[in-house]
Design a protein around this ligand. Structure first.
Ligand SMILES: [Zn+2]
Length: 457
């Protein structure tokens, strides 16, 4: 086991040493233009190294047979790398929970210390802790900057953030003099302000008006309500030019509405706690590019074979540089569609659409599985402040609604009709008023939630 540089053939990422943030960012500026085949070759070298690392250092992988078989088969058939790679079993979130610290490497190169940790929790609410390293954290910072630079944001402008924050109970932080890390590490920047996503919509609107950010970072689920509220009060943000969406899939309808009503550009960032950033949009064509220098993304069909452009499948990821908790072929429980290569010229593969988690999919009695969109039209037919659609049985949808006043019978009927229209199937729809609909881990709001056993993961 080589202890020096864990990434031979990966010149941008000498992951074993203390490469500076600036140098990492410089490397990323070059590697994004590498031809796809060169990126794949560099990933292949890193994955080979990483599998060896896991087999040598990680208790779980040490006990499994396949890492040894993987190395032996690769030695015999070096040209068959990807076929051999795909025979490796995938890990899923329940495996993380079951394996716990057996997934931790017993040590990492000292240059990658100190360890950090990330917590991730699923629908069960049981959290799993994964370890990170100084290298993975610096790579996260470099990718954050890459995303800003791709979108050509003007750092001198105001940045507003609406998100969940565990570390503070204050509704609004004191205004910060800059955009914070990592932007402030390398660039001068303008003021930023953060408000918690759980605040009432009137408070969010007042904050948006008073701080008047040029850029906003938030979750898609809050925006239709905020836009409706501001439209009712004849208000709109004056300086806002772009919203960066995180945590939940961004649907086309919201993006179009923001462009038409507020003349605001949308971009979305695809990420997961366990592995960090997965894909960013390029400014040129709006294509979601996989961050191949940081992770391998496989989109595979039910037979475990790679999907072709236009096909959708499960998202399986391998973080290339996390030596502390190597997750080889981790099944995120997400579905996504493979895109064509982008005309911007970046060799980074394209994901054309993120469909979402399996448990956020609907299943109709005729066997169709799909991710519902246009559900937030509910607010136009009834006095609904918030709505969540829960599939409780194969033919039944429970619509949980937070109401500003009791529903009239006609409004209830309209809500049922609107739900059936949005879902495209004549489900039995039950409207259930509730006092609140809590957000999940990290503030994520699940607009559609399946309780069917076959869609849990
Ligand atoms: Zn592109």
């Amino acid at each position: 086991m080589a202890k020096s540089n864990p990434a031979p053939g990966w010149p941008s990422f000498p992951a074993g040493d203390k490469t500076s943030l600036r140098a990492l960012l410089g490397g990323l500026k070059v590697s994004q233009w590498w031809p796809a085949a060169d990126l794949r070759a560099a990933q292949q070298a890193q994955l080979t190294w990483l599998a060896g690392w896991a087999a040598a250092k990680v208790p779980y992988y040490q006990r499994e047979e396949w890492p040894t078989q993987f190395a032996a088969r690769l030695a015999q058939n070096p040209g068959q790398f990807w076929d051999i790679w795909r025979e490796m079993p995938t890990l899923a979130k329940p495996d993380l929970r079951a394996l716990g610290p057996r997934l931790y490497a017993r040590s990492v190169p000292s240059a990658q210390l100190p360890f950090g940790s990330i917590r991730t929790s699923g629908s069960t609410g049981i959290s799993v802790e994964l370890r990170t390293t100084a290298t993975t954290r610096r790579l996260w910072e470099a990718l954050t900057l890459r995303e800003h630079l791709w979108s050509q944001r003007d750092f001198s402008k105001r940045l507003g953030i609406i998100r969940s924050r565990k570390e503070s109970r204050d509704a609004i932080d004191p205004i910060q003099p800059n955009w914070g890390a990592p932007v402030a590490h390398l660039f001068p920047s303008g003021p930023s302000s953060t408000i918690r996503i759980g605040r009432p919509v009137a408070e969010l609107a007042a904050w948006l008006r008073d701080f008047d950010p040029h850029y906003l970072l938030t979750y898609p689920s809050i925006m239709p309500w905020l836009m409706d509220y501001m439209a009712d009060t004849g208000d709109r943000p004056q300086s806002l030019r772009e919203i960066r969406f995180i945590s939940e899939p961004l649907d086309q309808e919201l993006e179009t509405r923001l462009a038409e009503e507020w003349q605001v550009r949308s971009t979305d960032i695809y990420s997961a706690n366990e592995v960090g950033y997965i894909a960013f949009r390029c400014l040129e064509h709006g294509a979601l590019h996989v961050q191949s220098e940081s992770l391998l993304v496989e989109i595979i069909n039910d037979q475990g074979q790679p999907c072709m452009p236009g096909e959708s499948g499960r998202v399986v990821v391998t973080s290339l540089h996390n030596l502390a908790t190597p997750l080889l072929r981790y099944d995120l429980g997400d579905y996504a569609t493979v895109g064509e290569p982008c005309a911007c010229g970046r060799g980074l593969p394209v994901v054309s659409q993120i469909l979402g988690r399996t448990r956020n999919a609907a299943l109709s009695p005729d066997g169709q599985r799909y991710w519902p969109t246009r559900l937030n039209r509910m607010r136009t037919v009834a006095p609904v402040n918030q709505a969540q659609y829960v599939q409780t049985a194969i033919d039944t949808i429970e619509v949980r609604v937070v109401l500003s006043r009791p529903l009239r019978e006609q409004e209830r009927l309209d809500a049922v009709r609107s739900t059936i229209a949005a879902l495209g199937y004549p489900y039995k729809v039950v409207v259930v008023p509730v006092s609140e609909i809590p957000r999940g881990a990290g503030g994520k709001f699940e607009e559609f939630l399946s309780l069917l056993p076959e869609l849990q993961n």
